[in-house]
Design a protein around this ligand. Sequence first.
Ligand code: PFF
Length: 490
Amino acid sequence: MDQKSQHLEHERGSWGSNFGFLMAAVGSAVGLGNIWGFPYKMGMTGGFAFLIVYLILVVVVGCVVMLGELALGRKTGRGAVGAYMQFSKKHKWVGFLGVIAGFCLLAFYNVLGGMVMRYMFGFFFEVVGIDGFAGQGTGFFGFLLYDYGGMLFFHVLFVIINILIVMGGVESGIEKFSSVAMPALFFILLFVVVYIAFQDGAAEGYAFMFKPDFSAMSGFSGFLNVLKTAAGQMFFSLSLGMGCMITYGSYLDKKEDLQKNAIIIPACDTLIAIMAGMAVLPACAAYDVPYASGPGLLFTSMQQVFTNMGEFGAFVGFLFYFLVFIAAVTSSISLLEVVCTYRIDRAIDKGVKPNRQKITCIAAGLIFVVGLPVALDALGSGGAIFPAPFEIIGYQAAEGYKVPMAIDCWLDFFDTISEGVLMPFGALAMSVLIGWVYKTKKAVVPECEQAGHKFWGYGFFNVCFKFIVPAIMILVLVAQVIDFFVPKPL
Ligand code: PFF
């Protein structure tokens, strides 16, 4: 690094404290994946069996990839692309996969964030006595998809909130926001969990989650189904495989204990996911809404729960969507930061002072434009102002089959690229590089032993980097590609 670049290093920013870093990293991890994906995947994959497999995977894959990403980031002091570049120019493509994945993920995450805000305001208006959902009931979702003005308005609003936070920088923007938002999210979720616990019929939901029952895993294909669903959910939920934790790790002070952080983040993320399950599944049980209702769970099913709840329904509904909103923002800012850091690092490496404000606005603006089809295709329900991918290419589903997920709507299209392909591939490439090329001993251990900390898990982490993570990631990659590209029966 030349002198000029060194002089600009402080322009990258850094976390003010380890607590601030933890709140930001847990904020990134806790998102729609926890409050939406975890309960509905658990609902569709046998409850308890899913939970057990998920917990095992968090230990043998989640904590390991988390440590690898944090170590790469902090060792190099660079985001996704820059970190791999410092090892070898030949590996920078792995970082680019991350930046592209972040871009695609954010294209639809912003739209979902906007929809969550709409539900939040809907219930808020009901609480204060203005017509929110009244008159529309659970038909609201169908209305919302074709209400293009509303979709655009909330999409823009969500993007602006992201820009304002990320523009503030690492410490004064992301850390400050997360340090207030994450504890707030925890206490609101706790309140909702306790409130739901007192509703008649909630016990059935807990039994589904916690009563030992492995029937969903009977036979090899049953086991594989639970394993691939839990593994895909786990690494998405932990924000792994696309350089997000590399980026956040690059702002972390050398004196902080990496190994401890790599355990705390997955532990907190998993706790919140289980708590979200304990809010959503017993609520569904108490108000006669099916758990296995799939992706509709966050919007239609939960709205029905709050509508059926009666007197306090609107207030609890508002709180619920408010916490989902917080979860979505603390995740989307981390995605935006991955994209922005790429440009910031590049400027610094060239010896040019980076303009964070300008970079943030341009990146968020581009992502907003790319996300427009997601907001305007009515999620592929047909007849929308913007055609879905399958409509554009004139794809006709075979008799008795659905359109493959990869092209059924723009949300799933971007999800296929990011969550389906790039993220598992990124995590696979990272663990192979650490385990076999850079070597755990050189790339990870010295970073974990900074400031006199002890690294006690070398044997375990090394075996995981070399064998277990790659094997699980190959399974996830193959399973997701099949899931996204092969048409399913109606
Ligand atoms: N972990 C987030 C969730 O559970 O919704 C999603 C996510 C955020 C994935 C950031 C990847 C990422 F880099």
